[in-house]
Ligand binder design. Structure first.
Ligand SMILES: Cc1ncc(COP(=O)(O)O)c(C=O)c1O
Length: 379
């Protein structure tokens, strides 16, 4: 049973679980003969990057700032993809990244020569027209109708393939092996003429490698079969799949309330600390709690922001909640603290690591400064 005396709210990364996840990634690298990158958009905790480095080939970024973070704090390879860049960003990225990916034939024609002249490799993102995202429907499906991500199949002749090294597709979201394999086979079946023009293919993120039910051997088999056929380097860039179930958000009950139902107000909030609870939406699990009415005492839990919809969900407990009680949300390492905000002046949740001997170190002391500094200077 998880417990802790960390000051709440606090995200606690579990290093033992992270190691187990990374060992899976490393096995994929070795047995499939591919590279695996960390997508820092999902998880970026520089304090544990030295620990992660041995298991991975580098990081992939969503833009200049993540690329800089990867270069400064992770090292190894830095890949970056953005649907659009400014001229100045591309110039700066040539100093930070090793591989820069473009979203369209137009972006390739504008920037790929700059990248190549700097001695780096250029990639193009292709929209493979393959939908498998298991989360959030069209909201998280990069191949949804009208998606702005990637050059569409019918326009690939317009890409200057002479300047392209990497064929990139990202089409999955929290997908099990059927999705990963389906994408790999789809690309092999529909894009062979273009694969012959490049030296590497990047199958993006969304491979939920460490989720229960993901058949890692099946993924390895599919990558090997692909490599046997095309003799290309293969890259994967998961985020969530590397940190699934690797940590929690610890919160405290601040107050109890009643309005036709029992309510509990926490120091953690959906709106500020777990924005995907509202955006996806989904219901995070709580250690020791059940669904509404499953156990004796049911409460609707919410944050203390002014947003009426800042509600995490209804949960039941064996004992009545009291102010000061701990509530621990599981599986909170991906797309949580990286998306957190300070709406209402809410403090960011602190960041902590649970080491493999069970001790916990708190890494941050967030407070007023993070709220104030993002609002600009006073006159
Ligand atoms: C281009 C790209 N690569 C990788 C990822 C990481 O995806 P995930 O965290 O679902 O593995 C994303 C997520 O949006 C992405 O857009």
């Amino acid at each position: 049973m998880l417990s802790s005396n960390v000051q709440t709210p606090c995200f606690v990364l579990d290093l033992a679980r992270l190691r187990a996840n990374l060992e899976t990634a490393d096995r994929v690298r070795r047995e499939a003969g591919c590279r695996v990158l960390l997508a820092t958009k999902a998880f970026a905790l520089p304090a544990v990057f030295p620990f992660m480095r041995d298991y991975l080939d580098g990081t992939t970024a969503s833009g200049e700032h993540e690329a800089r973070l990867g270069a400064e704090t992770f090292g190894k390879e830095v890949h970056v993809y953005s649907p659009a860049y400014t001229d100045a960003e591309v110039e700066r990225l040539t100093q930070l990244a090793d591989h820069i990916y473009f979203n369209s034939a137009e972006q390739v024609s504008r920037y790929a020569s700059i990248v190549r002249d700097a001695g780096l490799s250029a990639g193009v993102r292709v929209n493979p027209g393959y939908s498998n995202a298991t989360l959030g429907g069209a909201l998280y499906d990069p191949c949804a109708p009208g998606s702005r991500f990637g050059e569409v199949a019918g326009r690939l002749d317009e890409v200057d393939w002479e300047s392209i090294d990497i064929f990139h597709v990202h089409a999955l979201c929290e997908s099990l092996h059927e999705g990963s394999i389906g994408l790999i086979e789809h690309v092999a079946e529909h894009f062979a003429p273009w694969l012959e023009k490049v030296s590497a293919v990047n199958f993006g993120g969304g491979h939920f490698l460490n989720k229960a039910g993901y058949d890692v051997d099946a993924l390895i088999g599919a990558i090997r079969a692909f490599r046997d056929r095309f003799d290309l380097k293969v890259i994967l860039e998961p985020g969530s799949g590397l940190v699934v179930n690797a940590g929690e958000l610890h919160a405290s009950v601040l107050a109890l309330h009643w309005n036709e139902q029992d309510l509990a107000i926490l120091d953690a909030s959906a709106s500020t600390h777990m924005p995907d609870v509202l955006e996806v939406p989904y219901r995070p699990e709580i250690v020791g709690a059940g669904k509404a009415d499953e156990k004796l005492h049911t409460y609707t839990l919410g944050g203390k922001t002014c947003m009426t919809g800042d509600v995490i969900g209804a949960y039941s407990f064996d004992e009545p909640l009291q102010p000061g009680d701990r509530v621990i949300f599981t599986d909170q390492m991906h797309y949580s603290f990286v998306k957190a905000n300070t709406f209402n002046g809410t403090p960011l949740a602190n960041l902590a690591v649970r080491y493999e001997n069970g001790s916990i170190e708190t890494l941050s002391d967030f407070g007023y400064a993070e709220f104030r500094d993002r609002l600009g200077p006073a006159s």
